[in-house]
Design a protein around this ligand. Structure first.
Ligand code: 5RP
Length: 224
């Protein structure tokens, strides 16, 4: 089984969990990335059965419209019953690193607006301690160097993601060489740096459920 086949399998497993929620008033939250794309594609036969979706990126919004799902502004949607999205890493407590696709800020907003966050991943994303995947930070462009210096003080090695502008018009720093033993503390600390819009640690609001694709099928994991 390829990684992409595992991503498709977890997307289909997530659909089975979400299907009972899809009634005419339901608005669901949708993430960004190749795994979320499989979930969006799987929604196609059900597009007429629910009110719509809040997307965490322009790319996901476009893909949702292409399969016939109405895209709704979060401000008109209220609290969402469920958010389905991938991750770059998850730990045993379901703390996540996200933002490999540069959509972390809107992802964090939609996750915060949702009652349940179902995280869909292939097995390569499972780690004991977060930080092998460089931590993405969305930064206001004029603060890039200032924030980078502060991140070095926190023990990281920030690298500017050249050529990438987020949907919000900002830039991304990817922080290498962090061993994240206190994800909630580090998330709060980085949030406090002037110029930081958002960081890719999803620990203060992590996932509620992780579906992981393996060569032997999809595992529904229990948080430790
Ligand atoms: C985008 C994300 C994605 O969820 C993350 O990068 C995982 O992507 P993929 O499903 O393609 O492996 O956080 O900002």
């Amino acid at each position: 089984m390829t990684a992409d086949e595992m991503k498709q399998a977890v997307a289909l497993a997530a659909l089975e969990l979400v299907k009972p929620m899809l009634d005419k008033d339901a608005i669901i939250g949708i993430g960004t990335g190749s795994t979320a794309n499989h979930f969006i594609d799987a929604l196609k036969p059900y597009a007429g059965d629910f009110a719509g979706a809040v997307a965490s990126s322009d790319a996901s919004a476009e893909r949702l419209r292409a399969v016939g799902v109405d895209v709704v502004e979060l401000n008109s949607a209220g609290t969402l019953p469920v958010y389905v999205d991938g991750a770059d890493e998850f730990d045993p407590h379901f703390n996540l690193i996200k933002g490999g696709g540069a959509a972390l800020t809107r992802e964090k907003i939609v996750a915060a607006a949702s009652q349940t966050f179902i995280c869909i991943v292939d097995g390569s994303k499972q780690v004991g301690v977060l930080g092998e995947f460089p931590l993405p930070i969305e930064v206001i462009p004029m603060a890039r160097s200032l924030v980078a210096r502060e991140l070095v003080k926190l023990g990281g090695d920030p690298v500017y993601r050249e050529g990438v502008v987020t949907d919000n018009g900002n830039v991304i720093l990817d922080v290498h060489n962090l061993s994240i033993v206190d994800p909630k503390g580090l998330e709060a600390k980085i949030n406090n740096l002037p110029g930081v819009v958002c960081n890719g640690l999803f620990a203060l609001r992590g996932a509620d459920q992780v579906l992981m694709g393996t060569p032997n099928g999809v595992e529904s994991l229990i948080a430790k």
